[in-house]
Design a protein around this ligand. Structure first.
Ligand SMILES: [Zn+2]
Ligand SMILES: [Zn+2]
Length: 556
């Protein structure tokens, strides 16, 4: 039996075993957050009987003095955080002078996949995050001279590692969409990438049940811990910086989970190396089969283990069910049986490439294959399966598909986690234009243009058109005036026309920003959305769309 199969079996065993009440780890008394006066002693560790009674501690406690004279407990602290999972063999940990290493399959023990409403047809396969391909966390985080935000960067690969060995990716995709809000995630905040690699996109606060309150639930890849919604001592979290972190009373930095964006570290307080849009180095996931397109309208309703080495995923689309059944072979191959909602069944056996399936096989794989392909990231825009359906109501997406334009992250500080437009920006309120921000366009961007539109059943409505926004500007404040040149809305007026639906129900609106390589050739007057879109075609280097909703009379 190869190690992958062994690990898979073990994970299954754990799933079965954990059907009963799980033994909860208690908060470790020696990890006292924010009180240097009660700094732990080495002997405290022995009070933590469960940690050493089952297995020897994964690492030998060490003390070093940092420049600030603080005892550095990183290795033991990190080991303790991962201990509930390493003790029962779900993950393996080790450390050297500089790093803490975590080996895992990336497949968690909890139920998964159920609840995903935007599904890319990927399923969880155990990955070989082992040996040279293990996760790596710096033992001594170094505050970065210029801390890097993850708003527009690090859109590929992991930005953190959960204490159960599951990677955590950026909550935003390369179009600035929030994976949680657009329904891509299961009930535990995860889904699978293009290599069938499971990962979270939000902080796995559910792990607090295993690790106990007061322990980190994850580590950012810069080495700083990520705690849950509360301080380790149970008190409310106060004074988080833009990255969702802060220093405790002892001057130690950590991040917190948040219920809205950024959900976890929204950047790196500590030094990390960025290469090809991701933190480097980091393990690679190994794709066994070609990535599939998103399955429009599908929702995952079941994920079970018919046998220790097989899985059955059930989805619903258009009121009918389809399944993906798959079984792990001894040689690392996986045999898939797809049954689509019409009852048609196809099978496919996927084998690991390059004979790395066996024990001890192979050296370090090429780094460029780390994670998903460069673009799109692990998520691609919704597409009809097999290209049979007509793209519905996504004119801009359809336009983009042929243009080869890159994507631009667009967001608004006024649009909250519920993706609702506050009434202030509609005819029910002051009717001023919302603040809009976007990431800087690719090199060669000469200007930006922006449109706010709504796809009605019979037509596209246009509310706001701006062009000639200087390349130096990536932020429009609320009620923006004098930035760029205002085009005409559907009322033929050069201004923001606040949404003011006459029909009932929730209406969805889109703001699309275009990064342009040249000045668009526009008519001297009457530049409306149509004219602008015609003019930006061929000179669009990148574009991105922010989508939000408003329902009149729903709420003040
Ligand atoms: Zn993902
Ligand atoms: Zn805190």
């Amino acid at each position: 039996m190869n190690p992958t199969t062994a690990r898979w079996l073990f994970v299954v065993a754990i799933i079965l075993a954990s059907a009963g009440p799980a033994r909860m780890a208690t908060a470790h008394p020696w990890h006292r957050h924010g009180s240097r006066a009660t700094a732990p002693e080495a002997s405290d560790r022995r009070d933590d009987a469960p940690a050493s009674a089952v297995n020897p501690p994964p690492v030998v406690p060490r003390f070093r003095l940092t420049a600030t004279g603080k005892p550095d407990r990183a290795a033991t602290d990190i080991a303790a955080a991962f201990a509930p999972f390493s003790k029962r063999g779900a993950i393996t940990t080790r450390s050297d002078d500089r790093s803490f290493y975590v080996e895992s399959s990336g497949v968690p023990e909890h139920p998964l996949m159920v609840g995903i409403k935007a599904w890319q047809q990927q399923v969880p396969l155990p990955q070989k995050y082992v040996g040279d391909n293990a996760w790596r966390i710096p033992l001594e985080p170094v505050p970065a001279a210029t801390p890097a935000s993850t708003r527009n960067r690090f859109l590929r690969g992991a930005i953190a590692l959960a204490v159960n060995g599951v990677p955590i990716f950026n909550p935003l995709n390369n179009r600035g969409e929030d994976a949680f809000l657009i329904g891509e995630l299961d009930e535990y905040g995860g889904h699978c990438g293009r290599a069938d690699d499971y990962h979270y996109h939000i902080a796995p606060v559910h792990l607090e049940k295993q690790v106990g309150k007061g322990m980190p639930i994850a580590y950012a890849l810069d080495g700083y811990p990520i705690y849950g919604y509360d301080e380790p001592d149970g008190s409310p979290v106060k004074g988080l910086d833009a990255f969702g972190g802060h220093e405790d009373a002892a001057g130690n930095y950590h991040y917190h989970a948040t219920k809205t964006y950024p959900y976890l570290n929204g950047g790196f307080h500590g030094e990390v190396t960025e290469r090809d849009g991701q933190v480097d180095p980091q393990p690679r996931a190994e794709p066994l089969r070609a990535a599939l397109p998103p399955l429009r309208g599908a929702k995952i309703v079941g994920f079970t283990a018919p046998s220790p080495t097989s899985r059955l995923l059930t989805y619903e689309v258009g009121g009918r069910q389809g399944t993906v059944a798959y079984a792990l072979g001894q040689d690392g191959s996986v045999t898939f049986t797809y049954t689509d909602p019409s009852g048609r069944t196809t099978t496919e056996t996927a084998k690991p490439r390059g004979g790395r399936g066996g024990p001890g096989g192979g050296g370090r794989p090429p780094r460029r294959e780390v994670g998903p392909p460069p673009r799109p990231t692990d998520r691609s825009p919704p597409e009809p399966i097999g290209g049979r359906d007509k793209p519905a109501a996504r004119p801009n997406a359809a336009r983009n598909a042929g243009s080869g334009a890159a994507t631009l992250a667009v967001r608004s500080p006024a649009i909250g986690a519920d993706r609702m437009l506050p009434s202030e920006y509609t005819c029910d309120g002051a009717g001023v234009s919302p603040p809009i921000e976007w990431e800087a366009g690719p090199e060669g961007t000469k200007s930006y243009a922006l449109v706010l539109w709504h796809e009605a059943p019979d037509q596209t409505k246009s509310y706001w058109v701006i062009h000639g926004i200087p390349a130096t500007i990536t932020v429009l404040p609320k009620a923006a005036r004098g930035v760029g040149v205002m085009g005409l809305n559907d009322k033929r007026r050069p201004e923001y026309d606040p949404p003011c639906s006459r029909g009932p129900g929730l209406k969805t609106y889109h703001v699309t920003v275009y990064a342009l390589s040249a000045t668009p050739q526009l008519p001297a007057t009457a530049v409306d959305r149509e004219a602008l879109l015609a003019a930006v075609e061929g000179i669009t280097l990148a574009d991105g769309t922010l989508t939000f909703s408003y329902e009149r009379g729903a709420k003040p």
